[in-house]
Every structure is written in C-alpha cells, then in structure tokens.
Design a binder for this molecule. Structure first.
Ligand code: BG6
Length: 465
C-alpha cells in the first residue's frame, strides 16, 4: 500500500450538480475497485446522512447504475456535514468527522468564488496538515485572478499538494494522443509543419447550458472548455517528447509548448451565442457571453511554424462529439485527371475513441482515379472502464500529479486567451442545432473548411479493439 495515499476524501459542493453527475458515480466505481476510506460530503444544506445517501442513490440511478453490493459499502463510508462555509463550526464538524484520518484529500467541487473562504477555514481548523486539495476548473477568470487563486491555495497547501483538475486529462483518448504519437515511429517524421497543413479541434455539444445559466453567464465557452480542455488536447498533440516520462518532465513539456503559443488575436476569433440563451434562468437579458467560439492559434516553434491550429467549441450544436483532424499537405499532382484530397488523421475523444486515417485509394473502376477512404480503429467505452473522474480522484488520492495542471501551465493558458477576452468583441447569434454563426466560415475557417463530426457509424474499415 502507498504510505502517502490519502486516508479520507472530503468533497465540498456535495449537494451540487457536479457531485450528482460525476462524483457519486466515480465513488461507487472506486469502491468496487477497493476504496475503503471515509468519504465526507460538505454543503450548505442541513441534511442528515440518510438524506445524503438517498441523494447518492438518486445520482447513481440517473448517471450510471446502482450496484447494490458496492453501493452498500459506499453508504457505510459516506458521512455528511451541513453548514455555512464562512462558519468555523462547519470545519470543526469536518475535523470531527475525519476521526483518525491524517492525510485527507479535500475536493473543492464548488464555484471558484468560494475557494478562498474554504481554504482559509480549512487552514484555521487545522485540517490541512498532511492533506491534499483538488480544485475544479476554471482556475480563476484570467491571468491575474489565477495568480491570486494560487496565492490563496499556497497559504494552506504546498504546490505538491495542489491538484488542479481538468477532467479531459483523465480521458483515455486524450492520454492516447501522447501515447500514439510517441510509440508509433511512422508519425514522428511527418509530425511537423512540413507535412501537417493544419489541425482542427472541435468540441461539439448538443446540450445547452442545462440549468447552469448563472455559472455559464460568468464563464462562457472560452473559459469553460477552450482555455482548459481544448488546450490540453492541443498540448498533447504538439508538445515535444519529454526527456523522461516522470510527472514533472511531462508537465515541463506542456508548459514549454504553451509558452510558444502566440496570444490569440481578436481577428482570429469568432464568438457566438445560441438563440434563446438570454431566456435561460440565471442569464442576463442582454448577455454578451459566448456559447460558441472558434479561433485560430499559432504555435511558434520550429516544429509548428506554418501550421495553423483551429479550435471551436459550442453548445446546442448538431452532435455530441469531440475530435481532432490533422490534415496533411497534398502530394504533387501526378494524376491530372483526378483531384486528390488531403490525407488526414482523425482522433476522436468522445463519445467513442476513434483513430482514423483518411487516405485516397484507387477507384475500383478501370480509371486512374482516386476514392477517399478512412481506415478506422474504434473503441466504445464499456461500463466497467474507469471514467475520467474516477481515474483523477484515484490519482490525486494516491499523490500522482501527472494528469493535473501545474500552476505555470494554467497561467500560460490565460496569457494566450486574455487579450482577446478583454477586448469587447461582438457575439453573433446562431440557430440551435447549427454549426455556429456564419461569420465563422468567413473569418476562422481552416484550409478545406471545417470537418463537421459525423457520429453515426461511417464508411471505412472498422477494426474493433
Ligand atoms: C465541463 C464543462 O468542464 O465539460 C461543461 O463545464 C461541459 O460545460 C463538459 O459540458 C463536457 O465534458 P465532456 O466530458 O462531456 O466532454
């Protein structure tokens, strides 16, 4: 057993949305894999432990499945503390509930505005010795507030005890981007601007803001998913091979990469807002917050100079899918009668994990013409696979920071988007269930246009893995 492993988990925001959708399902799976430490939920409501367990059961019914054996075990581990985060008594109750635990992990699944007060109270109550803290994204609102947040965290925790969660880092297909690049020798010679013409990363969500209007209207798409999730994808696709595979060597390379990304130019970005957003609960009637954004970024390294990177994300788009298309430069035109499309790699991150290779094969008819084919390897996650939250909670409790963002990484990410976020740029309305405002195609369009993901099983060779 790892002698530094956490011996309790305390999560703040226990009656909230994130706990309901992600944390309870992750906890049940962790219990199935052997988690046997106290798990204490903390929130403002004065619930009994039984009410809290009932909430956990509801969450599992809706977001997974109640496994009666594992749920019974989880129920025995669960405790609840209700109280105001400003009140020291709440933290005394947490201390008491922790019993003999000496190395708890505190998970702040709460709005960032509350991080400061909770960290301060944890420090005052003597709970932080030997402890770790997990903070949910977004880390701050911009470069300055991220630095302030870090200062606050550092008053009570050492950097080595701070785990900044970005659940994309816990997704296997995101981890696979690094793995696939560095274990396959055929990629390295072409993984540069001489061969890669452009890269596009699309995070398309068919859902809207789902009752999170108040949060979303303070955040917007760039802060919610681009500055963190999509930048992680970008870093995994473009960073140099780490000198060693230890945590800090890998994180060093990611920071180096972000340092080379030029600040986002206002003209390289289009923001959109779906029609109907302003009528959502918690959203200002004249809101200018984006629910869609598309941008072009440049990575100023010798490997990537000359390859533009296009990122887009949005709510109420036609499909639920996140994927990357790496488009290669075309070969010289040897067969003048046929237009040869660009080859590409497709890396799908969700809902399934797909690696696709877009190629041109000779048309079966007796002509020197080509037809586009995509060779695919596809993997659909199974119910017993770890989900991102389970993996990351387990890693943090074990003290493994490899899949968490370091302070300097977060600050670099803000440095890239801050100038464009601070400028008063227009937000264009788009119809739900479309690919965003038409201004995108006029202003931020990759060579060959955006490749809109198609989620239904496509043509091509499917090799089940
Ligand atoms: C979260 C965002 O971080 O990621 C949400 O706050 C978004 O707005 C979610 O819906 C998407 O995650 P996934 O794993 O479904 O791609």
């Amino acid at each position: 057993m790892n002698p530094t492993a956490s011996d309790a988990l305390v999560f703040f925001g226990a009656t909230g949305d994130l706990a309901y959708k992600k944390i309870f399902p992750a906890l049940q799976s962790m219990v199935k894999r052997g988690l046997r430490v106290p798990v204490i939920g903390v929130a403002g409501r004065s619930w009994t432990s039984d009410q809290f367990r009932a909430r956990a059961r509801e969450s599992l019914k809706e977001h997974g499945r109640v496994d009666s054996v594992a749920f019974d075990k989880l129920s025995q581990l669960l405790g609840y503390v209700g109280g105001d985060y400003h009140n020291p008594a709440t933290f005394e109750a947490v201390r008491k509930e922790l019993g003999s635990a000496r190395r708890p992990t505190f998970y702040l699944a709460i709005p960032p505005a509350l991080f400061g007060v909770v960290v301060e109270q944890l420090g005052k109550s003597g709970c932080t010795k030997g402890a770790r803290v997990i903070v949910e994204k977004p880390f701050g609102h911009d470069f300055g507030s991220a630095q302030e947040l870090n200062q606050t965290l550092l008053t009570a925790f050492d950097e080595s005890a701070i785990f900044r969660i970005d659940h994309y880092l816990g997704k296997r297909p995101v981890q696979n981007l690094v793995f696939f690049r560095f274990v396959n020798s055929f990629l390295e010679p072409i993984w540069n601007s001489k061969y890669v013409e452009s890269v596009q990363i699309t995070m398309s969500e068919s859902i809207g803001v789902q009752g999170r209007g108040a949060f979303y209207d303070q955040t917007g798409t760039i802060r919610d998913v681009i500055q963190n999730h999509l930048f992680q994808v970008l870093a995994n696709l473009t960073m140099e091979p780490p000198i060693r595979m230890d945590t800090e060597s890998v994180r060093d390379e990611k920071v180096k990469l972000l340092k080379a990304v030029l600040p986002l130019a206002v003209n390289d970005m289009v923001r959109g807002q779906f029609r109907g957003y302003r009528a959502e609960k918690g959203v200002a009637a004249d809101s200018k917050v984006e629910t869609f954004a598309a941008m072009r970024l440049l990575v100023n390294t010798s490997r990537w100079q000359g390859t533009p990177f296009y990122l887009r994300a949005g709510k109420h788009l036609p499909v639920n899918c996140t994927e990357v298309v790496v488009r290669l430069r075309r070969p010289p035109l040897l067969f003048p009668l046929c237009t040869v499309p660009a080859n590409y790699f497709r890396f799908r991150i969700g809902p399934d994990m797909t690696i696709g290779l877009g190629a041109t094969a000779m048309d079966p008819a007796e002509r020197m013409c080509g037809q586009e084919v995509e060779l695919q390897v596809k993997h659909h996650p199974t119910a017993d696979e770890m989900d991102a939250y389970e993996r990351l909670l387990g890693d943090a409790m074990a003290g493994d920071a490899s899949s968490f963002a370091r302070e300097d990484y977060v600050e670099e990410a803000w440095r890239i988007v801050d100038p464009a976020l601070m400028a008063a740029t227009p937000v264009y309305e788009y119809e739900p269930n479309t690919w965003g405002p038409s201004e995108v195609d006029q202003r931020v369009s990759p060579p060959g246009g955006w490749q809109n993901p198609v989620v239904a099983a496509g043509a091509g060779l499917e090799i089940s893995s």
